[in-house]
Design a protein around this ligand. Structure first.
Ligand code: NAD
Ligand code: TYD
Length: 352
């Protein structure tokens, strides 16, 4: 297949590209805007291995730019569009939601329009292009007990998850209205190598490595179900190949933990004192718990390959050994964000 992978320079997208090129004969074009979260260093090995044979190419651009997208989707005679592109951090969506809506709604619309034009150009002859939207468990909102099913109502609580839910609804509307072949995944909280240091696991690992405090929101008893990035990437691949048209697939993690338990495990793995943990003012609208049922994706043959203990230990070791990857990300913009998000919180923090 010829794939267009949008947002392929980010954390999960780059893992998908790396693993897909290794496991198949597909060709991959990555379209990425290279926002603060996009990082060409995530694809250096991919470029070196698959660039020369022509199986991999990088295109710098915005999914909300119809000219760029049309040229790649229609001009490239793409077999599938796999969309990872999004603004992905809840805290930033609370500070300023505009870019979340621009990419998550208008950008998704541009991708869908181009896919529709390609389907029409093929006019029934040849393969139908497939559109895979990578979404999130956060569209269900907080799940106080039990596990969310794909048929449950959407109840997003943050501007990030509201933008993701809006993108999903648009994707479904293009199936109903224009007959597009669409599939979607809803992944759990993902961790692993090459995640931007703004997210919980890499933030706490890199802070602990530098001897900095770990700002834990509220009582730290919020629960998340952690999924390794390689498992997430492989789930997207399986849904792309075998998902039923119109299908939505939860991609759960390997088990729930409170943020406090996770933080204590990270500190143990790094042999750092518990006194680094600081309880800070909570995130507004903070979802207490995410949990999903994975029965649907299991029918496609997907299961976890990475257990949480091994996955977390490997991730912590990766950050310890790859300071050259993360240290350049802690630039002036990062410090400005960090001060805005954590400056007052840490000044007013208490012992955990
Ligand atoms: P990320 O922030 O690491 O990567 C996002 C990528 O998209 C970056 O490379 C960025 O440059 C690119 N991008 C952003 N706006 C763009 C635009 N307008 N045009 C082109 N490229 C653009 O995010 P991630 O953690 O890899 O998440 C990927 C996807 O998976 C997102 O859609 C996210 O909602 C979803 N998801 C993430 C998680 C998680 O825990 N990280 C869990 C479930 C679902
Ligand atoms: P995050 O990695 O931002 O993912 P999400 O908000 O998509 O679940 O946060 C994971 C959990 O960790 C979430 O409950 C918020 C919490 N958290 C903190 O307590 N402190 C922090 O500095 C961050 C970034 C997150």
């Amino acid at each position: 297949m010829k794939l267009l992978v949008c947002g392929g320079a980010g954390f999960i997208g780059s893992a998908f590209v790396r693993r897909r090129l290794a496991a198949t004969d597909d060709t991959v074009v990555v379209l990425d805007k290279l926002t603060y979260a996009g990082n060409l260093a995530n694809l250096t090995d991919v470029e070196a291995e698959h660039g020369p044979s022509g199986r991999y190419r990088f295109a710098h651009g915005d999914i909300a730019d119809p000219e760029v997208v049309d040229e790649l989707v229609v001009g490239g005679d793409t077999d599938a569009v796999v969309n990872f592109a999004a603004e992905s951090h809840v805290d930033r969506s609370i500070l300023d939601a505009e870019a979340f809506l621009r990419t998550g709604v208008l950008g998704v619309h541009v991708l869908l329009e181009a896919t529709r034009r390609l389907a029409e150009a093929r006019n029934g002859a040849g393969r139908r292009p497939r559109f895979l939207q990578v979404s999130t468990d956060e569209v269900y909102g907080s799940v106080p007990e039990g596990k969310a099913l794909e048929t449950d109502p959407l109840a997003p609580q943050s501007p990030y998850s509201a933008a993701k839910a809006a993108g999903e609804l648009l994707v479904q509307a293009y199936r109903s209205t224009h007959g597009l072949d669409i599939v979607m995944t809803r992944g759990a909280n993902t961790y692993g190598p090459r995640q931007h240091p703004e997210k919980l696991v890499p933030l706490f690992v890199t802070n602990a490595l530098q001897g900095f405090q770990l700002p834990l929101y509220g009582d730290g008893l919020q629960r998340r179900d952690w999924l390794h990035v390689d498992d997430h990437a492989d789930a997207v691949g399986i849904v792309l190949d075998a998902g039923e048209g119109g299908g939505i697939y939860n991609v759960p993690g390997t088990g729930e933990r409170t943020n406090l338990e996770l933080t204590e495990t990270i500190l143990r793995l790094l042999d750092q004192p518990r006194s680094l943990i600081r309880r800070v003012e909570d995130r507004p609208g903070h979802d207490r718990r995410y949990a999903m049922d994975g029965g649907q994706i299991a029918t496609l043959g997907w299961q976890h390959a990475v257990g949480f203990d091994d996955g977390l230990a490997g991730t912590v070791a990766w950050y310890r050994d790859n300071e050259a990857w993360w240290h350049p990300l802690l630039d002036g913009d990062w410090r400005a964000y960090y001060d805005r998000q954590y400056g007052r919180r840490l000044a007013e923090s208490v012992d955990a």
